[in-house]
Design a protein around this ligand. Structure first.
Ligand code: SF4
Length: 360
């Protein structure tokens, strides 16, 4: 048995489940913030084993899902320019205005390439010195440091035909904004372990100190998740409200200072648009002036424009934990993974895709 098997141990899961159900007093409404947790909760069967008293809500933690309509429109605008677009695969099928996608743009002749890392995009720039190569930067604190590092390497190696269209988002300000919504009835937050591995636990303390809500940083195996839920139950029973770390094998209080330093050297915080939520102050990252020559928005003189939201899609409500995916009138009918209407059905980390796949 290796270390990871311990975090999947069925007997341990059974014990934790029994304790949660025996000691839970009243309803526990928790939001899992991250798409990786969403998929793990479904795939492991944890969700189907929890009693009705444990209410599970998905939050705004899928990077593709929270990318705003106007940002998707910017990707498509860029695909129409004379550049090579490089992107993670999940963005290819996200519908933009008039149901156009990067995949359909590619079929019409746009040069769009799927890469597995921003360094692959840099290699494409090196191999195509006469073309401009743009990497589509989406995602949270998890992916931003690697993209910042790629920009730094491009500068160090004098690669000047590489740039980033930067729409990165930051998790703590989004949670702060979500809690401000009086309709959100969340009692506890299951926090993403991989974001905390970068930023640490400290930036989440406001959940307890400012909002009086408990939160636990957790890993992604079933035992990790059930342990976090059990911690919510014991905190409540003991009258404690704190932000705890149940993922100490990966996450330290201060996070990863090296990754943070690279990220902060290349990017600075900015206001950002989130699908379904709108503008959240300080919740995005933009490229600093010092690295302006790697900023696709400036190189291609682009701006974000208002675009109509996708008709009938309720991704915004799903991302805000106000509606479960199966309550969307389009779920499983007009909207399926094979023919997605909204990004929550496109992304492998999307709640709608997880609901559809595991048919909960
Ligand atoms: S089922 Fe489809 S249309 Fe409905 S919220 Fe999910 S992605 Fe959007």
């Amino acid at each position: 048995m290796n270390l990871f098997d311990n975090f999947k141990d069925p007997q341990l899961c059974k014990t934790l489940l029994a304790r949660i159900h025996a000691e839970l007093d009243g309803e526990l409404r928790f939001m899992e913030v991250c798409g990786t947790h969403t998929v793990s909760i479904f795939r492991s069967g944890v969700r189907s084993l929890l009693s009705d008293k444990v209410v599970h809500l998905s939050g705004p933690g899928c990077p593709v899902c929270v990318t705003h309509d106007s940002e998707v429109a910017a990707f498509l605008e860029l695909a129409g320019k004379n550049a090579i677009i490089t992107t993670f695969g999940d963005l290819m099928r996200v519908p933009g205005p008039e149901k156009k996608t990067l995949k359909s743009a590619q079929a019409e002749g746009a040069r769009v390439k799927v890469v597995y890392s921003p360094f692959d995009a840099l290699k494409i720039a090196q191999d195509n010195p006469h073309d401009k190569v743009v990497f589509l930067g989406v995602g949270f604190e998890t992916t931003a440091p690697a993209i910042a590092a790629t920009v730094k390497v491009a500068r160090e190696q004098g690669i000047s035909n590489f740039s980033v269209l930067c729409f990165h988002k930051l998790v703590p300000p989004a949670l702060d904004a979500l809690i401000g919504d009086p309709e959100l009835k969340v009692q506890a937050f299951l926090l993403p372990g991989h974001v905390a591995a970068i930023i640490g636990v400290e930036p989440y303390r406001f959940l307890a100190s400012k909002h009086g809500l408990p939160a636990v940083v957790a890993g992604f195996e079933p035992v990790d998740i059930l342990q976090a839920l059990y911690m919510f139950v014991t905190m409540r029973n003991e009258g404690k409200i704190e932000v705890a770390n149940a993922y100490t094998r990966v996450v330290s209080d201060e996070g990863n200072p090296k990754a943070m330093s690279v990220m902060n050297e290349v990017f600075s915080p900015c206001d950002a648009l989130w699908r379904g939520i709108g503008l959240i102050p300080g919740s995005g990252l933009t490229i600093r002036d010092e690295y302006a020559d790697y900023d696709a928005m400036r190189i291609f003189d682009m701006q974000l424009h208002d675009v109509p939201e996708i008709k009938g899609c309720r991704c915004g409500d799903v991302l805000k934990g106000k509606m479960s995916p199966d309550k969307c009138p389009l779920f499983g009918k007009a909207c399926t993974p094979a023919s997605p209407v909204g990004p929550c059905m496109v992304s492998t980390e999307g709640s709608c895709a997880a609901y559809f796949k595991y048919r909960i």
